[in-house]
Design a protein around this ligand. Structure first.
Ligand SMILES: [Zn+2]
Ligand SMILES: [Zn+2]
Length: 279
């Protein structure tokens, strides 16, 4: 079997259904010999995955950063990012907290401060409305943690109050710069999600982006060809992966790019870059 590469996979460390060790095993069975585990905003699966790697298989530690641009989300893979990279875990925790949503973050902070409140209670008070701070304040009044809604704001949840949470956001350019500064290799994920891709790639390349997904899961041959040309135009390494989650039953492509395998040249180029990073 041709030795395959897969540079985008998920495990139970984020929203995948298989454990890191099971993802490694499945990928190996599919002929994958170079695998990047790239959970959303988390490197928590890397250690387990690494222990499960059989002889003859390379595991690239990675993470998929969720980033924001006005009106859309952009996903940026950071390859060759070791979990113990200084500063990395702090950034990932902030991104995960932001993902929970501001309301949940505030409730958690209140709980950490020892106040009696639960997210379920706040949701019940909010009903069909999206949770806002008044609902949280009402819950605190219900639980006799404060006398009035105003007191809840004044003491805890007003802007700059001790339980106030600002949703943490990161732009794709910031993610690229962060990954580069930490010695990783930034690779934009599923780029066909983006409008105005050509201009965005130029901007991200200028920020230090190294690679883009071209051979992605189920991209059709004409889409792959269009992306391959764009990668060439912008001097980006054409990588790809299955974005395997295990969520979609038998139709979901297994790891290893069954439909759109990554050619050997970009895999070798990536391994060379990775070796330079490590030494
Ligand atoms: Zn993604
Ligand atoms: Zn993904």
């Amino acid at each position: 079997m041709v030795s395959r590469g897969d540079f985008h996979c998920h495990s139970t460390a984020s929203d995948g259904v298989k454990s890191p060790a099971e993802v490694v095993k499945l990928a190996y069975e599919q002929g994958v010999r170079i695998l990047a585990l790239t959970d959303h905003d988390s490197t928590d699966g890397i250690e387990e995955a690494r222990r499960a790697v059989p002889d003859g298989m390379i595991l690239i530690p990675g993470v998929e950063f969720g980033t924001d641009i006005p009106g859309a989300e952009v996903h940026m893979l950071g390859l060759y990012l070791e979990p113990d990279t200084p500063g990395l875990q702090e950034i990932l925790k902030k991104l995960r907290d932001g993902r929970l949503g501001r309301g949940e973050g505030i409730v958690r902070k209140l709980q950490e401060m020892g106040l009696e409140i639960s997210w379920e209670q706040v949701q019940r008070i909010a009903g069909d409305a999206s949770v806002g701070r008044p609902h949280i304040a009402t819950a605190l009044v219900e639980n006799k943690q404060v006398g009035t809604v105003k007191e809840a704001f004044d003491k805890y949840i007003a802007r700059n109050g001790p339980a106030y949470v600002e949703r943490e956001k990161m732009t794709p350019v910031e993610a690229v710069e962060t990954i580069v500064s930490m010695g990783g290799i930034p690779c934009i994920a599923h780029p066909l999600d983006l409008e105005d891709l050509d201009a965005k790639l130029a901007e991200l390349k200028a920020a230090g982006m190294v690679a883009m997904e071209v051979y992605y899961k189920d991209y059709a041959p004409d889409e792959v060809e269009r992306l391959r040309r764009l990668a060439e135009k912008h001097g980006l390494l054409a990588l790809g992966g299955s974005d395997y989650h295990g969520l979609h039953g038998p139709d979901e492509p297994f790891p290893g790019g069954q439909h759109t395998p990554v050619p050997v040249e970009p895999i070798q180029a990536l391994l060379k870059l990775g070796a330079e990073k490590v030494h």
